[in-house]
Design a protein around this ligand. Structure first.
Ligand code: ADP
Ligand code: 5GP
Length: 195
């Protein structure tokens, strides 16, 4: 390991809605103590979602002002709502040697690859589109129209072909979680060895 304090790691978990990003990130945080970045959004809260836990819910005006002040590392418009990653918590976690997980869409991942070259970017997908559809329906959080929009968008995201550091298929949840954990450990080791 090189001299100085150990740097942390920003881990981007990106992929289509319904791939399982939220579920996987929650388990990784619970089991391994990783921090999870709480995004800002202009979409209304779903039943059971709490301000500051799943998202920081904002009006469009407040979001635009925060954007103007440079408070987001990246942002993206998705299903008529704005989403953004607050800069402060990510920079603090990385500076203080912690792992922080970001669950963001493919647009956001693309911006982060440019703005935060040290970020480790994982593409998470479900085994196929039928599974994505089944999971979105089973989640019971969206209207039929919203499910249709998400499926269309998922196809575009799968086709985007960004240069991710790793791709993980979320077939079996436990397997996907341990695969991502191993990938993070390997990346931390590479970083510690100055690679
Ligand atoms: P995302 O955050 O990518 O939109 P979620 O984490 O909300 O996706 O997952 C979508 C739905 O699929 C949720 O109801 C979740 O419980 C379920 N799910 C996630 N991973 C799996 C898996 N490996 N097998 C079966 N169901 C899963
Ligand atoms: P949902 O409304 O289902 O919670 O999220 C919709 C999409 O927005 C998901 O693909 C999710 O990953 C993405 N998303 C959530 N937070 C952010 C963010 O901060 N930035 C970007 N670019 N996308 C986000």
């Amino acid at each position: 390991m090189g001299s100085g304090a150990r740097r942390g790691l920003a881990v981007v978990i990106s992929g289509p809605s319904g791939a399982g990003k939220t579920t996987v990130a929650r388990l990784l945080a619970q089991r391994f103590g990783y921090e999870v970045s709480v995004s800002a959004t202009t979409r209304p809260p779903r039943a059971g979602e709490q301000e500051g836990r799943e998202y920081r819910f904002m009006t469009r005006e407040a979001f635009a002002q925060a954007l103007e002040r440079g408070e987001f590392l990246e942002h993206s418009e998705h299903f008529d709502s704005l989403y953004g990653t607050p800069r402060g918590p990510v920079e603090r976690a990385v500076g203080q040697g912690r792992v922080i997980l970001l669950q963001i869409d493919v647009n956001g991942a693309k911006q982060l690859m440019e703005k935060l070259p040290g970020a480790y970017c994982i593409f998470l997908s479900a085994p196929d589109m039928e599974t994505v559809e089944e999971r979105l329906r089973a989640r019971r959080t969206e209207s039929e129209a919203a499910i249709r929009t998400r499926l269309k968008r998922a196809e575009m995201e799968l086709a985007a072909g960004l240069n991710y550091d790793a791709r993980v298929v979320n077939d079996d949840l436990e397997r996907a979680v341990s695969e991502i954990h191993s990938l993070i450990r390997q990346q931390e080791e590479r970083q510690a060895n100055g690679c």
